[in-house]
Design a protein around this ligand. Structure first.
Ligand SMILES: Cc1cn([C@H]2C[C@H](O)[C@@H](COP(=O)(O)OP(=O)(O)O[C@H]3O[C@@H](C)C(=O)[C@@H](O)[C@H]3O)O2)c(=O)[nH]c1=O
Length: 184
Protein backbone atom coordinates (compact mmCIF):
# COMPACT_ATOMS: atom_id res chain seq x y z
CA UNK A 1 0.00 0.00 0.00
CA UNK A 2 1.31 3.40 -0.98
CA UNK A 3 1.79 5.88 1.85
CA UNK A 4 2.15 9.04 -0.24
CA UNK A 5 0.48 10.76 -3.15
CA UNK A 6 2.96 12.95 -5.06
CA UNK A 7 1.21 15.76 -6.91
CA UNK A 8 3.12 17.62 -9.59
CA UNK A 9 2.90 21.41 -9.55
CA UNK A 10 3.29 24.11 -12.18
CA UNK A 11 7.06 24.08 -11.51
CA UNK A 12 9.14 21.08 -12.52
CA UNK A 13 10.59 19.32 -9.48
CA UNK A 14 8.25 20.86 -6.89
CA UNK A 15 5.71 18.44 -5.42
CA UNK A 16 2.78 18.64 -3.06
CA UNK A 17 2.78 15.43 -1.07
CA UNK A 18 -0.30 13.99 0.57
CA UNK A 19 0.22 11.31 3.21
CA UNK A 20 -2.02 8.29 3.79
CA UNK A 21 -3.58 8.84 7.21
CA UNK A 22 -4.65 5.81 9.27
CA UNK A 23 -7.36 6.92 11.67
CA UNK A 24 -8.73 4.79 14.49
CA UNK A 25 -10.38 5.27 17.86
CA UNK A 26 -7.02 6.33 19.37
CA UNK A 27 -6.35 9.08 16.86
CA UNK A 28 -4.27 8.71 13.72
CA UNK A 29 -0.98 7.49 12.36
CA UNK A 30 0.90 8.57 9.24
CA UNK A 31 4.34 8.27 7.77
CA UNK A 32 5.81 11.69 7.02
CA UNK A 33 8.88 10.61 5.02
CA UNK A 34 9.96 7.35 3.49
CA UNK A 35 13.06 7.05 1.33
CA UNK A 36 11.78 4.39 -1.09
CA UNK A 37 8.57 6.09 -2.16
CA UNK A 38 10.21 9.49 -2.35
CA UNK A 39 12.96 8.10 -4.58
CA UNK A 40 10.39 6.46 -6.84
CA UNK A 41 8.79 9.88 -7.21
CA UNK A 42 12.16 11.35 -8.21
CA UNK A 43 13.04 12.94 -4.86
CA UNK A 44 16.58 11.79 -4.08
CA UNK A 45 17.67 13.73 -1.05
CA UNK A 46 19.91 12.93 1.86
CA UNK A 47 18.39 15.04 4.59
CA UNK A 48 20.84 16.13 7.28
CA UNK A 49 18.91 18.63 9.41
CA UNK A 50 15.37 18.90 10.79
CA UNK A 51 13.99 22.28 11.89
CA UNK A 52 10.92 23.47 13.73
CA UNK A 53 9.55 26.97 14.28
CA UNK A 54 6.49 28.52 15.85
CA UNK A 55 5.06 31.81 14.65
CA UNK A 56 2.06 33.97 15.27
CA UNK A 57 -0.58 35.02 12.77
CA UNK A 58 0.72 37.33 10.06
CA UNK A 59 4.35 36.30 10.47
CA UNK A 60 6.04 35.88 7.12
CA UNK A 61 9.40 34.08 7.13
CA UNK A 62 11.17 34.37 3.79
CA UNK A 63 12.03 34.34 1.05
CA UNK A 64 15.18 32.41 1.99
CA UNK A 65 17.93 30.39 0.33
CA UNK A 66 21.65 29.63 0.81
CA UNK A 67 24.02 30.79 -1.92
CA UNK A 68 26.69 28.07 -2.08
CA UNK A 69 25.18 25.36 0.14
CA UNK A 70 21.62 25.28 -1.22
CA UNK A 71 19.11 23.30 0.78
CA UNK A 72 16.30 21.18 -0.59
CA UNK A 73 13.46 21.23 1.93
CA UNK A 74 10.54 19.00 2.81
CA UNK A 75 8.16 21.21 4.73
CA UNK A 76 4.91 20.69 6.66
CA UNK A 77 2.72 22.18 9.35
CA UNK A 78 2.06 20.42 12.64
CA UNK A 79 -0.12 23.12 14.18
CA UNK A 80 -2.27 25.72 12.44
CA UNK A 81 -2.17 26.80 8.81
CA UNK A 82 0.29 28.59 6.52
CA UNK A 83 0.57 29.73 2.91
CA UNK A 84 3.84 28.24 1.75
CA UNK A 85 5.81 29.46 -1.26
CA UNK A 86 8.71 28.20 -3.37
CA UNK A 87 10.28 30.54 -5.94
CA UNK A 88 12.28 29.04 -8.79
CA UNK A 89 15.80 30.57 -8.90
CA UNK A 90 17.31 28.01 -11.29
CA UNK A 91 18.76 30.14 -14.09
CA UNK A 92 18.16 27.55 -16.82
CA UNK A 93 14.61 26.81 -15.74
CA UNK A 94 11.70 27.76 -17.99
CA UNK A 95 9.89 28.83 -14.80
CA UNK A 96 12.75 31.03 -13.45
CA UNK A 97 11.24 33.71 -11.20
CA UNK A 98 7.88 31.93 -10.97
CA UNK A 99 6.46 30.50 -7.77
CA UNK A 100 4.30 27.73 -6.39
CA UNK A 101 2.04 28.56 -3.43
CA UNK A 102 0.14 26.03 -1.33
CA UNK A 103 -1.88 26.07 1.88
CA UNK A 104 -0.33 23.59 4.31
CA UNK A 105 -2.13 22.86 7.54
CA UNK A 106 -2.39 20.65 10.58
CA UNK A 107 -5.66 19.49 9.06
CA UNK A 108 -4.72 18.80 5.43
CA UNK A 109 -1.31 17.38 6.44
CA UNK A 110 0.12 18.30 3.04
CA UNK A 111 3.86 18.70 2.56
CA UNK A 112 5.74 20.73 -0.01
CA UNK A 113 8.99 19.45 -1.48
CA UNK A 114 11.20 22.39 -2.45
CA UNK A 115 14.32 21.37 -4.41
CA UNK A 116 17.70 23.12 -4.19
CA UNK A 117 17.84 26.32 -6.21
CA UNK A 118 14.63 27.79 -4.82
CA UNK A 119 13.81 30.57 -2.37
CA UNK A 120 11.34 29.47 0.27
CA UNK A 121 8.98 31.30 2.60
CA UNK A 122 5.66 31.06 4.37
CA UNK A 123 2.94 33.25 5.87
CA UNK A 124 1.02 32.17 8.97
CA UNK A 125 -2.75 32.26 8.42
CA UNK A 126 -3.93 30.81 11.75
CA UNK A 127 -3.56 32.37 15.24
CA UNK A 128 -0.28 30.53 15.49
CA UNK A 129 1.50 27.86 13.51
CA UNK A 130 4.19 25.31 14.17
CA UNK A 131 6.21 24.47 11.12
CA UNK A 132 8.70 21.66 10.62
CA UNK A 133 11.02 20.73 7.76
CA UNK A 134 13.85 18.54 6.68
CA UNK A 135 16.89 20.08 4.93
CA UNK A 136 19.42 18.49 2.60
CA UNK A 137 22.31 20.65 3.79
CA UNK A 138 23.32 22.31 7.03
CA UNK A 139 22.41 25.83 8.06
CA UNK A 140 25.24 28.23 7.30
CA UNK A 141 24.78 31.75 8.59
CA UNK A 142 27.42 33.31 6.28
CA UNK A 143 25.80 31.70 3.26
CA UNK A 144 22.27 32.94 3.92
CA UNK A 145 20.45 34.90 1.23
CA UNK A 146 17.00 36.13 0.53
CA UNK A 147 14.63 37.98 -1.72
CA UNK A 148 12.11 40.54 -0.56
CA UNK A 149 8.72 38.93 0.05
CA UNK A 150 6.78 41.42 -2.07
CA UNK A 151 9.05 41.55 -5.13
CA UNK A 152 6.67 42.94 -7.78
CA UNK A 153 8.24 40.83 -10.52
CA UNK A 154 7.53 37.59 -8.67
CA UNK A 155 4.15 39.01 -7.59
CA UNK A 156 3.22 36.43 -4.99
CA UNK A 157 -0.48 36.55 -4.21
CA UNK A 158 -0.09 36.49 -0.41
CA UNK A 159 -3.47 36.00 1.30
CA UNK A 160 -2.89 38.90 3.77
CA UNK A 161 -2.52 42.64 3.14
CA UNK A 162 0.85 44.40 3.62
CA UNK A 163 -0.09 45.97 6.98
CA UNK A 164 -1.02 42.55 8.41
CA UNK A 165 2.39 41.08 7.69
CA UNK A 166 5.11 40.73 10.36
CA UNK A 167 8.73 40.37 9.20
CA UNK A 168 12.09 39.92 10.92
CA UNK A 169 14.49 42.87 10.61
CA UNK A 170 16.63 40.72 8.32
CA UNK A 171 13.72 39.84 6.02
CA UNK A 172 12.75 43.52 5.67
CA UNK A 173 16.12 44.29 4.05
CA UNK A 174 16.22 41.77 1.25
CA UNK A 175 16.13 43.07 -2.32
CA UNK A 176 14.26 42.09 -5.44
CA UNK A 177 15.28 39.01 -7.40
CA UNK A 178 16.52 41.23 -10.24
CA UNK A 179 18.91 42.91 -7.75
CA UNK A 180 20.13 39.63 -6.23
CA UNK A 181 22.89 37.61 -7.86
CA UNK A 182 22.38 33.89 -7.44
CA UNK A 183 24.10 31.07 -9.25
CA UNK A 184 21.71 28.13 -9.29
C1 LIG B 1 17.31 28.55 9.85
C2 LIG B 1 18.19 28.40 11.08
C3 LIG B 1 18.27 29.40 12.04
N1 LIG B 1 19.07 29.28 13.12
C4 LIG B 1 19.12 30.38 14.10
C5 LIG B 1 19.63 31.69 13.55
C6 LIG B 1 18.83 32.74 14.29
O1 LIG B 1 19.48 33.07 15.52
C7 LIG B 1 17.53 32.06 14.63
C8 LIG B 1 16.37 32.47 13.74
O2 LIG B 1 16.81 32.35 12.38
P1 LIG B 1 15.97 32.95 11.18
O3 LIG B 1 15.40 34.25 11.57
O4 LIG B 1 16.83 32.89 9.97
O5 LIG B 1 14.80 31.85 11.06
P2 LIG B 1 13.69 31.72 9.92
O6 LIG B 1 13.29 33.07 9.46
O7 LIG B 1 12.64 30.83 10.42
O8 LIG B 1 14.51 31.01 8.76
C9 LIG B 1 13.95 29.94 8.04
O9 LIG B 1 12.92 30.43 7.19
C10 LIG B 1 12.31 29.46 6.37
C11 LIG B 1 11.31 30.18 5.47
C12 LIG B 1 13.26 28.62 5.64
O10 LIG B 1 13.04 28.22 4.49
C13 LIG B 1 14.47 28.16 6.41
O11 LIG B 1 15.43 27.58 5.55
C14 LIG B 1 15.06 29.27 7.23
O12 LIG B 1 15.68 30.22 6.35
O13 LIG B 1 17.77 30.65 14.51
C15 LIG B 1 19.82 28.15 13.30
O14 LIG B 1 20.54 28.02 14.33
N2 LIG B 1 19.71 27.13 12.41
C16 LIG B 1 18.94 27.21 11.29
O15 LIG B 1 18.89 26.25 10.48
Amino acid sequence: MRKFNFIKTSIEGVFIIEPTVFGDERGYFMETFQKNEFEEAGINEYFVQDNQSKSKKGVLRGLHFQYTHPQAKLVRVIKGEVFDVAVDLRKASKTYGKYVGAVLSEENKKQLYVPSGFAHGFLVLSDEAEFTYKCSDFYNHEDEGGIIWNDPEIAIDWPFKNDEIILSDKDKLYKKLSETSTNF
